[in-house]
Write a protein that binds this ligand. Structure first.
Ligand code: SAM
Length: 224
């Protein structure tokens, strides 16, 4: 398969597919067990999201810089959040923090209808052009996702890919009944992953392990 990205032809060759299979095995060893999530990780070409100088790092289980002081999340983190969302084909999903677009591609591979919002204009512009070239077409929005995206609510699932100081009320308000929000909450350096399920206006919170995300900016985040 070949992709055109910023005037460079990208190849998805035998070596990259091999590295991707290795990454899937690493994630399985770390406890990711949903076969559909593993299949999606095995399918989306992560190297396409990397600068030339960093290409060799694309299939390491690590977060990496994507410019603008932001990162593409660690594959384990992407797989962990996705697994906890229990995506079903046709689910309407809101992603907060489009970043590189990699997470959005994984959600699309699982058959979700994806609305993704990014605060940083340069990243928004870049990803909006790149993803359709790869065959992935979520609905792109530019703005403060800490307030959700009320115009398109409610959502079956909401995923926040930046660390929040508290759970934004706007996000739980925009969840459909039986909807799930996955969000890292804590301080600027370390957050605990929370899964919040809405059952007839009751919110059930589960707590998982710690992660380290870049801060969620905006009105219901850390500010601008
Ligand atoms: N999901 C991304 C991916 O697959 O590459 C990784 C996201 S990166 C860890 C966090 C992203 O959240 C950054 O691109 C950052 O600009 C964005 N962000 C931070 N605060 C935001 C907000 N209030 N609304 C929307 N995006 C926000």
């Amino acid at each position: 398969m070949r992709f055109l990205h910023r005037n460079r032809m990208f190849e998805d060759n035998y070596r990259q597919r091999g590295l991707r299979n290795k990454l899937v095995k690493t994630l399985e060893k770390k406890g990711i067990s949903d076969p559909n999530v593993l299949k999606a990780i095995g399918k989306v070409p992560r190297h396409v999201f990397f600068e030339t100088a960093l290409l060799d790092h694309a299939y390491q289980d690590k977060a990496f810089p994507i410019g603008e002081g932001q990162t593409i999340s660690q594959p384990y983190t992407v797989a962990f959040q996705t697994e906890k969302l229990e995506i079903k084909p046709g689910d309407k999903v809101l992603e907060i923090g489009t970043g590189s677009g990699y997470q959005a591609c994984i959600l699309l591979e699982l058959g979700a209808k994806v609305y993704t919002i990014e605060y940083n204009k340069k990243l928004y512009d870049r990803t909006k052009v790149l993803l359709p070239k790869l065959g992935y077409s979520p609905y792109f929005f530019h703005g403060d996702g800490s307030k959700g995206l009320p115009a398109k609510a409610p959502y079956n699932k909401i995923i926040v890919t930046a660390g929040a100081p508290v759970v934004p009320k706007s996000l739980t308000d925009q969840l459909a009944d039986n909807g799930i929000l996955i969000i890292p909450v804590g301080n600027r350096d370390k957050q605990v992953m929370l899964r919040i399920t809405k059952k007839k206006d009751q919110l059930i919170t589960e707590e998982f392990e710690n992660f380290a995300f870049v801060p969620l900016l905006g009105k219901e985040g850390w500010g601008s």
